[in-house]
Ligand binder design. Structure first.
Ligand SMILES: [Mn+2]
Length: 326
């Protein structure tokens, strides 16, 4: 079944297209939204690029970022909605019920846990990123990305592969990235815009965060904790914590890394797996989601109670895996 062909037909036939992605948007959400949105605008479509949350500061360099809208009130009706990078339609936020009134919903995603919403589903969990899927979709439309579109798609691929380091990479992914570079995406410029943003507050926050590193369960869990007082004292924000959990994951012996970020209400938990453990399963247990190697969830508990629950959940998993370590 060529589902990409169905999506191509729907996009070709549509006139008013709503394109959207998830809350707390990351590089793949914004990059694939803008990559597809700008390409459809070029194809003379009426395009609304909607995100409930604002584009985070580190992604505002992306061409078209200022064309995103953050509310749908008063916006005309749509004959097609494209939902990107969302395992569940509710991930787009409060406006999700509005999509029921749109005759065609296309679901384009690479989460293994995708619920299968939408009349057309391009859900391929082997892909590095939704941006890579969009690249393939555009190819199937005989649309070769221009520079602005290439920058967006390249950014989506780069961020969802941890700067081309994770296990979700293959030849096709690098070939797509190479073609995007040829179309005008500058790897150095993009990497420096996304990752070269350690302002003083963020550096201070990182120092505090690293100080909290704790090896738990005989070093198989690496935990980093950021409390509210740390963000307040350093003037840093939630997006400044991106990448922190990777430091815990890079400690030898750590199989699962966790970053616990205390919010005004509850705690946001980011998980990374460096081996065979599937952290998306753990995240789903706590009402969140993600991928095998990177996932997350929000929990109403306090830090100590979440820590206890995580350890209680993980220790039996480690016991089951013991034989692998001789
Ligand atoms: Mn993604």
């Amino acid at each position: 079944v060529n589902l990409i062909r169905d999506a191509v037909r729907a996009l070709t036939e549509a006139r008013n297209i709503l394109i959207t992605s998830h809350l707390n948007p990351d590089g793949d959400a914004v990059g694939s939204l803008l990559g597809l949105g700008l390409a459809m605008k070029m194809n003379k479509k009426d395009v609304t690029m909607y995100l409930e949350d604002p584009v985070p500061r580190f992604l505002r360099f992306l061409p078209g970022a200022d064309c995103t809208v953050h509310e749908l009130n008063g916006v005309a009706s749509f004959d097609l909605a494209v939902v990107l990078d969302c395992a569940d339609i509710k991930r787009i936020g409060a406006e999700w019920p509005r999509l029921k009134s749109i005759s065609k919903v296309v679901n384009i995603d690479h989460h293994e846990s995708n619920t299968g919403f939408g009349i057309i589903r391009v859900v391929k969990s082997l892909y590095s990123s939704t941006a890579e899927l969009i690249y393939n979709l555009l190819q199937a439309m005989n649309h070769f990305p221009n520079r602005d579109q290439a920058i967006n798609l390249y950014t989506g691929m780069m961020t969802d592969t941890g700067r081309f380091c994770y296990g979700n990479l293959n030849r096709e992914c690098f070939m797509a990235a190479a073609n995007l570079v040829e179309a005008g995406a500058d790897p150095q410029e993009i990497a420096s815009a996304v990752y070269g943003q350690y302002h003083k507050g963020r550096l201070n926050l990182l120092r505090r965060a690293l100080d909290t590193f704790e090896p738990l369960s005989a070093g198989r869990i690496g935990m980093i904790t950021v409390r509210q007082e740390d963000t307040i004292a350093t003037g840093a924000s939630g997006e400044d914590m991106r990448g922190f959990v990777e430091f815990a994951a890079s400690v030898p012996g750590v199989e699962i890394a966790a970053l616990l970020h205390e919010l005004e209400v509850g705690v946001e938990v980011s998980l990374r797996s460096t081996r065979s453990h599937d952290v998306s399963k753990i995240a789903r247990m706590f009402g969140g989601g993600g991928h095998r190697n990177a996932a997350g969830f929000w929990c109403a508990d306090n830090i100590n109670s979440i820590k206890g629950k995580l350890i209680a959940y993980l220790e039996p998993l480690f016991a089951a895996h013991k034989s692998n370590h001789g």
